[in-house]
Design a protein around this ligand. Sequence first.
Ligand code: UDP
Length: 336
Amino acid sequence: MSVLITGGAGYIGSHTVLYFLDKGEDVVVLDSLEKGHKQALLDGVTFYQGSIHDEALLSDIFQKHTIEAVVHFAASSLVGESVEKPLDYYENNVIGSHTLVKQMVKHEVKHIVFSSTAATYGEPKNIPIKETDPTIPTNPYGETKLAMEKMFRWCDAAYGLKSVCLRYFNAAGADPDGRIGEDHTPESHLIPIVLQVALGQREQVQIFGEDYDTKDGSCIRDYIHVMDLAEAHYLALEKLRRDNTTSIYNLGNGKGFTVKEVIETCREVTGHEIPAVVSERRAGDPATLIASAEQANQELGWQPRYPELKTIVEHAWKWHVANPTGYDKEIAVNKR
Ligand code: UDP
């Protein structure tokens, strides 16, 4: 029996593949490589380059392999871009997932672990955010992820498809052993941007707004180690195997850091000065996002192994130093 991981060559996807391989799972990856990196796929993975829109390819994969469950990452995931191109997000995320799930139903694959997001909540009413809090997304990215979560629920009622939707807060860090890491083009996430400044690849980091209602005026986020996210996917699959029930969980550390605190931690870890300037707020950014991950803790038995921001940054830095130009130059010895 195999697990199909869509988007398995992307940042969180590839770390999850690594975790699943280390657990002895048989993994099949489907990734279009539009954003993902083939070099992020280590030995032992069966890889198909292609899209979740490709019904024939999906059908072929489901016929060739005995797929027990799907872990579904393949999606567009940039908030700003989603506001500019909502139709692309509906197409890539909602229509793509529809095609995938249609094939799952056809081939009687009954379990899916889904990569969802804190963006499903929009501007939070309560901090920390609980799974039962209102979901009113403020951008098409969050809206399309929420639409997919709802689609899975209806597919449970109709076809018995059981899902675990994992709402991540801010994924960060890299494989502690330095085998794989984070490489987006263009990069938009705070920690890799700050580390690029430390590497001399950018002159400075911009702090998007210092007039928020927070302790130092910059936004607060809950940073969660990518390998802790990876482990949560594995525990979610184990729960599906055990209980065969549909559920939704937040994944975060339950602790928030301001943008300024993140930059300061990066200075400490890297020993670089890291110049920072304050600029305008970024559209659509809530002031504070912190997860209550109590439910994942109780029901999945999930406990982050790397909760300290310093550790998260150290692991990210280790990969950035070894791979200053990311995956494309293949400086890293990228083997398990
Ligand atoms: N941020 C920033 N400068 C940057 C990139 C991000 O100040 O160059 C801020 C951003 O406004 C947010 C936080 O850092 O408050 C985390 O942003 P990121 O894009 O990493 O993740 P998001 O919270 O959007 O998922």
